[in-house]
Design a protein around this ligand. Structure first.
Ligand SMILES: Nc1ncnc2c1ncn2[C@@H]1O[C@H](COP(=O)(O)OP(=O)(O)OP(=O)(O)O)[C@@H](O)[C@H]1O
Ligand SMILES: [Mg+2]
Length: 375
C-alpha cells in the first residue's frame, strides 16, 4: 500500500506556530515551556517511517496547514496518523477530519472520539453515563472563580492536554489556597479551562489495547509504581516524573509490566477497558489510564486514542513496552495498527475497496448534466 505517514514533529510544529502567531495573532506571550511535549522527536518519526517502510511505500507528511493539499494531491491508500495537531481543543481531530473530507482511510479513532478524549471532562461524562467508574470532577472555565465541589485532596489539570503537560508534582492540592493557586497558574499559563478531579489514592495502571470490538487484544497491564518516585514526591506520574526524573542514562524504574495483580483485579480492569473502548468508539489502538479508588475499585483516569510510541525501550513509552511484553516487536506493533485499519476499510489482500471519496467521484461523473446544444 501507499501510506501517508502524518506526524507532528517538534521542529515542524514550533515553526508553524511561530509563523502563525506572527501572521495571525501577533500574540506577545511565549507558549508554555512544555508546549511541544506531545509532539514527536525526529528519532521517533524516523523509527516509525522505517518500520512501516518494511512493508509499504511511505510518504512522510508534517501535519501542518499544508497537509490537506499534500493529501489531496497524493491520495494515498491509507494515512498512518500520529498527528497531535497544532493548536486548539480539537487539534487531534484535524488530520482525521481532512481524511474524512477527502475520503482517505486512516488509522485510529475518528475526529469525534479524538476530540472527546482530548477534553477530559467530555470523556468522563460519557463514561459516567455508562456507569464506568471515573473520579468525580468539575471544570472551571478560564477566568471564572473557583468553588470547591469535590472532596480534597484533588488534582488540578489543564482540560485538554496530554503527556502530563501542566500536571506537576504540586498539582495535588490538599486545601483551598493550594487549589486556587494551581487553578490560577494553569489558567494563566495554558489559557484554557481547568479540570479538578477528586484524587484517587490507590495503585495506578496503564493499559494498551489493540484491535476493534469484539476482537480486542488487551496488552499486558503496566503498573506505575509510585514508590520509585523521589522521596517526598506526590504519588502521581507527573511532568517531572515523565520528562525530568526519567532520563535514558538514569531511567526511573517506575514501571512493572506485566503488573503483579491477581486474576480478580485483572478481570475487573479488563472489563472496564473493554466497556471504555466500546462506549467511546475507540479504533485500532489506544492506551487507557486506570487508578484504584480507596475501595480498590478500578476507575478510568483518562483515555489516549493517539498513544505515544517512542521506539527505544529506555524511553519508557508504555504502549510499546506492553506490546514488547506480549511479544510484539516495534515494527509488528505498528503493522498491527495498519492491518486493523486496513481490515476496517476492506483494504486487505492488495485489493483497494472504493473509498467514499472515490464513490462520490463516480456518482458525479455518472450524473453530469448532458451538454446543452447551442440555441
Ligand atoms: N483523579 C486522579 N487521581 C489520582 N491521580 C491522578 C488523577 N488524575 C491524574 N492523576 C495522576 O496524574 C497523572 C497524569 O494525569 P493524566 O493521565 O490525566 O495526564 P495526561 O497528561 O493526559 O497523561 P498522558 O501522558 O497519559 O497523556 C496520572 O498518570 C496520575 O498519576
Ligand atoms: Mg495519562
Amino acid at each position: 500500500m501507499r501510506i501517508a505517514f502524518l506526524y507532528s514533529s517538534k521542529n515542524g510544529m514550533a515553526s508553524s506556530l511561530q509563523s502563525r502567531r506572527y501572521e495571525e495573532t501577533h500574540e506577545e506571550d511565549d507558549p508554555p515551556l512544555d508546549f511541544l511535549a506531545e509532539c514527536d522527536s525526529d528519532e521517533t518519526i524516523e523509527a516509525i517511517g522505517r518500520a512501516l517502510g518494511e512493508r509499504h511505500e511511505i510518504v512522510p507528511i508534517e501535519a501542518n496547514d499544508e497537509a490537506y493539499l499534500h493529501l489531496k494531491k497524493l491520495r494515498p491508500d491509507l494515512v498512518f496518523n500520529i498527528a497531535e495537531g497544532l493548536v486548539g481543543p480539537n487539534r487531534e481531530s484535524h488530520i482525521p477530519s481532512i481524511c474524512e473530507m477527502l475520503g482517505i482511510p486512516y488509522t485510529g479513532s475518528d475526529p469525534l472520539t479524538l476530540g472527546i478524549c482530548l477534553d477530559k471532562s467530555r470523556a468522563k461524562e460519557i463514561l459516567a453515563y455508562h456507569k464506568i467508574p471515573t473520579a468525580p470532577f468539575w471544570v472551571v472555565e478560564n477566568g471564572s472563580g473557583v468553588s470547591l465541589r469535590v472532596k480534597l485532596p484533588a488534582i488540578v489539570k489543564p482540560l485538554h492536554e496530554g503527556s502530563s503537560k501542566g500536571i506537576k508534582d504540586n498539582s495535588v492540592v490538599r486545601n483551598r489556597p493550594e487549589l486556587k493557586a494551581r487553578v490560577r497558574e494553569i489558567q494563566s499559563i495554558y489559557k484554557e479551562p481547568v479540570i479538578i478531579e477528586q484524587f484517587l489514592t490507590g495503585r495506578e495502571f496503564t493499559v494498551g489495547v489493540l484491535g476493534n470490538p469484539p476482537n480486542l487484544e488487551i496488552l499486558p497491564i503496566v503498573e506505575i509504581d509510585h514508590s520509585q518516585l523521589p522521596p517526598g514526591a506526590n504519588p502521581v506520574y507527573s511532568y517531572e516524573a515523565k520528562w525530568i526524573w526519567d532520563q535514558p542514562d538514569k531511567p526511573l524504574e517506575i514501571f512493572r509490566c506485566p503488573a503483579e495483580i491477581g486474576p480478580d483485579l485483572k478481570h475487573r480492569i479488563e472489563d472496564i477497558i473493554r466497556k471504555t473502548v466500546e462506549v467511546l468508539r475507540i479504533r485500532d489502538w489506544s492506551r487507557i489510564d486506570i487508578r484504584l479508588d480507596e475501595r480498590g475499585e478500578p476507575n478510568i483516569l483518562e483515555v489516549n486514542p493517539l498513544p505515544g510510541v517512542l521506539p527505544k525501550p529506555e524511553d519508557n513509552s508504555c504502549l510499546p513496552k506492553a506490546a514488547r511484553t506480549a511479544g510484539y516487536s516495534y515494527s509488528a506493533l505498528l503493522h498491527r495498527v495498519v492491518d486493523e485499519a486496513a481490515t476496517r476499510y476492506g483494504l486487505n489482500h492488495g485489493k483497494r475497496k472504493h473509498h467514499r471519496g472515490d464513490r462520490l467521484q463516480l456518482l458525479r461523473s455518472r450524473h453530469q448534466p448532458a451538454e446543452r446544444a447551442p440555441i
